[in-house]
Ligand binder design. Structure first.
Ligand code: CA
Length: 408
């Protein structure tokens, strides 16, 4: 659940190299020495007993993980690309079957935590394709290697000690602790500290087993969401339609909240064209692909999902997958003519240009976050464009022309 992903950025191989702070020798003798001198005393102080500490002795460095961590590249997907890769017909169909199969367990979890079963199934589908891929990397080795490598030493040291506690509390054999190369574990890909804090024993066998026991995995996910602030009886959001009378694109930043009644007055309708439900429920309007793409109203629980994974795309995918699993319709909005995102270089050029024109687009990094979108929105407003804050090819050309005009 703790993720390498930030907003629309998927971390895959190839790309910029980030060097570690402490340059420790990458050999097993030095690694072992560090484990015994630095990690063991910390773990002992945190309550890890000698029998569990022994598992550190057999650890070796995993060079593949070091390479992976240093080669974190960032491939940007557009919302549409991300959505069609995650909310697939297969995942929807399988989710429906699993929702039916696990209904009794899920009903209990909902009674205890307030989180409906469809969301728990959707998380499961998103995190591990319903258990199809929970990871094969030994977690102690992964976390120890990443802590030793040093780029995020504090974080991974904490997770390593948490993993030892998980092992100790549940009397697992160490080979059971397998996960992603960054240490996320089990059906729902919990990081060890979350496993420790939020893991629940759903089947009452005295262990929290997030690999083998779906009762444990579902209750843990439900409990985690409850603790993150899930509101029972509310959903995540909905796809909506912006009518021709809708003019307030500057409000559609996914952050500013207004009541459903206010949105209705501004020209927002249900995706099928019917009026929005009446009420004071607060929602933000989000246009992940600008004025040409789909539109969503986001409720409180959307932001709870985002605490699990900070990506807006991820949170929409979880919500939509949950809806589709219980028979909700496909997106009303048709696919865009060009689902490709602008290349990083072009996004950088837009950020650079906005900064040069006096609009604060923030760091020129090709990641078009909230600040860049706000700057673009302001520029669009000042130049009579629809202020959707979405960087398109046309945006680029209009910006380009503006600068030329100024230079003249
Ligand atoms: Ca259990």
């Amino acid at each position: 659940m703790w993720k390498q992903t930030i907003v629309a950025v998927l971390l895959i191989c190839v790309g910029s190299i980030v060097f570690a702070k402490p340059q420790r020798p990458l050999d097993d003798a030095a690694f072992q020495q560090w484990l015994q001198q630095v990690i063991a005393p910390k773990a002992k102080a945190a309550g890890i007993r000698p029998a569990t500490l022994k598992h550190l002795e057999s650890l070796t460095l995993n060079h593949r993980i070091i390479q992976q961590d240093r080669r974190q590249a960032e491939f940007v997907l557009s919302f549409w690309q991300y959505y069609t890769r995650t909310v697939t017909p297969e995942r929807i169909e399988k989710g429906r079957q699993l929702l039916a199969r696990y209904q009794p367990i899920l009903d209990q979890v909902t009674a205890q935590t307030g989180v409906p079963g469809r969301f728990l199934i959707a998380y499961w589908g998103m995190e591990t394709r319903y258990g199809g891929f929970t990871g094969t990397t030994p977690v102690l080795q992964a976390l120890a290697t990443l802590a030793y490598e040093g780029r995020r030493e504090k974080f991974f040291t904490r997770e390593l000690i948490a993993a030892l506690k998980v092992l100790q509390n549940n009397r697992f054999p160490p080979e059971q602790l397998k996960g992603s190369w960054a240490g996320a574990m089990g059906q729902m890909q919990f990081m060890p500290s979350n496993y420790l804090h939020y893991g629940q024993d759903g089947d009452g066998d005295g262990k929290v087993d997030l690999w083998q026991s779906m009762a444990d995995a579902f209750l843990s996910a439900g409990y985690f969401l409850q603790r993150l602030g899930w509101r029972p009886g509310e959903t995540w959001g909905r796809e909506v339609q912006l009518t021709a009378s809708f003019k307030r694109y500057e409000l559609a930043d996914g952050l500013q909240r207004r009541s459903l009644d206010e949105w209705a007055k501004l020209g927002v309708r249900r995706a099928d064209g019917n009026p929005l439900p009446k009420g004071e429920m607060m929602a933000a309007l989000y246009l992940p692909m600008g004025k040409e793409g789909p539109a969503f109203l986001l409720y409180h629980n959307f932001y709870v999902i985002k605490k699990w994974n900070r990506s807006d795309y991820y949170a929409v995918a979880v919500g939509r997958l949950a809806d589709r699993i219980i028979g909700g319709p496909p997106l009303h909005k048709k696919p865009p003519a060009d689902p490709q995102p602008l290349p990083r270089a072009r996004l950088k050029a837009i950020q650079h240009k906005l900064n040069a024109l006096g609009y604060n687009a923030g760091k020129v990094d090709g990641i078009f976050g909230h600040r860049s979108r706000a700057a673009l929105r302001q520029w669009q407003q000042d130049h009579g464009e629809i202020p959707d804050g979405f960087p398109s090819e046309q945006t680029w050309w209009r910006l380009h022309e503006t600068e030329t005009a100024v230079q003249r």
